[in-house]
Design a protein around this ligand. Structure first.
Ligand SMILES: [Zn+2]
Length: 432
């Protein structure tokens, strides 16, 4: 068994030694069985020490997509014999190209156990009855997340999406104590409950487990959800589809994400030039992940596209040693202005600090770049009477001082920027 018992509570040095031992086996397996990674590595020496793998090239989603196109259905990185494939998930099938994800029995077990650590950290207990309301149609978030919930020992009701009236009846009839769904789904249920004259907190749920969208991090959203429903709301489900469907979750003591997969997944950080950044408290960079024990589609140095900040590598008040991190941006949302990297979160800090603005903003890029200035649309707050020109001048000055870039700010009236459900797109590129 490649997993370490209670790895989320194990000393980090033990986990590093465990990963090293697994890597020695995984390295040989990949060299023998993964034509794609063999091609990527070429003649290069493949390090036997895991800490040296930063000499190897990075792998990204585009490469995997191209490989599945030329070697369907699983790509030239299917390392296992096809007979070993036990479960297949598909993603993105309705819009654009579908990606096919293969799991062996061991991959599936590992996924369930690691995911269960995240769900347990978020407060799910064996005596809970949890209803799982994500899409079961081929998507990992449905069936495979279901297995992570089961692996906690809780009783799981496989509900899926749609039919909120039946869901509410099921919650009452079965004495459900926890719900697993997207952060936007409770609002749908609130509407139905309103027609029945029932308050959400009267359902008696004690725990809401969320994932998939960053909405829980929006100030005020989580508090409103907890107040309305009377449950604790936690992000119990941070995953990277091609690596593992759930490998981090918030705990009951704090709200950064515990990385609970350190016995089977090796993390790295890279800067915007792809250079390694030491994994330590306070460090930030794009999260890069390596499987050290994977049968079907093992990846080495896979770029997740998520920019993260490592909040702490010290043990948490909950007792877990699993390091804590926050996802702060997407790498593809970075805008380079005259050689300076700008991320939406740093723009958000300027915009939300100005009392004349609503906090909404958009960066609408005029062409493929390079850019000499940051084009920024902002919006007056509901009550602001201030003229546009002084507001724009103030934000442009703040951009120069804090972000070291010139900005051209357009001030719109309140409501002038689109509102979207879930995660709002902040950077609009010309082809979109
Ligand atoms: Zn904790």
């Amino acid at each position: 068994m490649s997993l370490l018992l209670n790895a989320d509570f194990a000393p980090l040095v033990d986990l590093a030694a465990h990963r090293q031992a697994l890597w020695e086996r995984q390295r040989g397996y990949i060299l023998e069985r993964s034509p794609l990674l063999r091609d990527v590595w070429g003649e290069q020496e493949v390090p036997t020490r895991l800490e040296d793998i930063e000499s190897l090239p990075l792998v990204d989603k585009e490469l995997l997509r191209a490989s599945q196109r030329s070697a369907p259905p699983f790509g030239a990185y299917l390392a296992a014999d096809p007979v070993v494939v036990m479960r297949i998930h598909r993603t993105g099938g309705t819009s654009g190209e579908a990606m096919n994800l293969a799991l062996s029995a061991a991959d599936a077990d590992q996924t369930a156990i690691v995911g269960a650590r995240a769900q347990r950290a978020s407060g799910l207990r064996p005596d809970d009855v949890v209803v799982h309301c994500l899409n079961y149609q081929m998507w990992m978030g449905g069936f495979t997340d279901h297995t992570t919930l089961e692996a906690t020992g809780a009783t799981v009701v496989p509900f899926g999406v749609g039919n909120p009236e039946l869901l509410l009846r099921t919650i009452r009839d079965l004495g459900v104590t926890a719900i697993s769904c997207t952060p936007s789904y409770p609002a749908v249920l609130e509407d139905v409950l309103a027609t029945q004259g029932v308050l959400p907190r009267e359902l008696g749920l004690r725990l809401g487990l969320f994932g998939g969208e960053a909405a829980l991090d929006v100030p005020g959203f989580r508090a409103r959800l907890e107040e309305t429903w009377g449950f604790a709301a936690r992000n119990s489900n941070y995953g990277v589809t091609d690596v593992m469907c759930n490998l981090a979750g918030q705990c009951e003591e704090q709200d950064a994400l515990h990385l609970v997969a350190l016995d089977v997944v090796h993390p790295e950080l890279i800067d915007t030039h792809g250079r390694g950044v030491p994994w330590e408290s306070g460090a930030s960079g794009e999260l890069v992940l390596t499987h050290v024990a994977r049968d079907c589609q093992p990846l080495v140095r896979f770029r997740t596209g998520d920019i993260v900040v490592v909040e702490s590598t010290q043990p948490c008040a909950c007792g877990r040693t699993a390091p804590r991190f926050r996802v702060v941006d997407r790498a593809d949302d970075m805008v380079v202005v005259r050689g300076v990297n700008v991320f939406p979160t740093s723009v958000a800090a300027l915009v939300t600090a100005d009392p004349s603005l609503s906090g909404e903003y958009r960066i609408v890029l005029p062409g493929p770049g390079p850019y000499d200035y940051l084009p920024l649309d902002v919006e007056r707050s509901r009550t602001s009477q201030e003229e546009a020109a002084p507001i724009a001048a103030r934000i442009e000055m703040a951009a120069r001082a804090d972000l070291r870039v010139s900005a051209r700010v357009r001030v719109l009236d309140f409501g002038g920027l689109p509102r979207t459900e879930g995660k709002t797109r902040r950077v609009i590129r010309p082809q979109e």
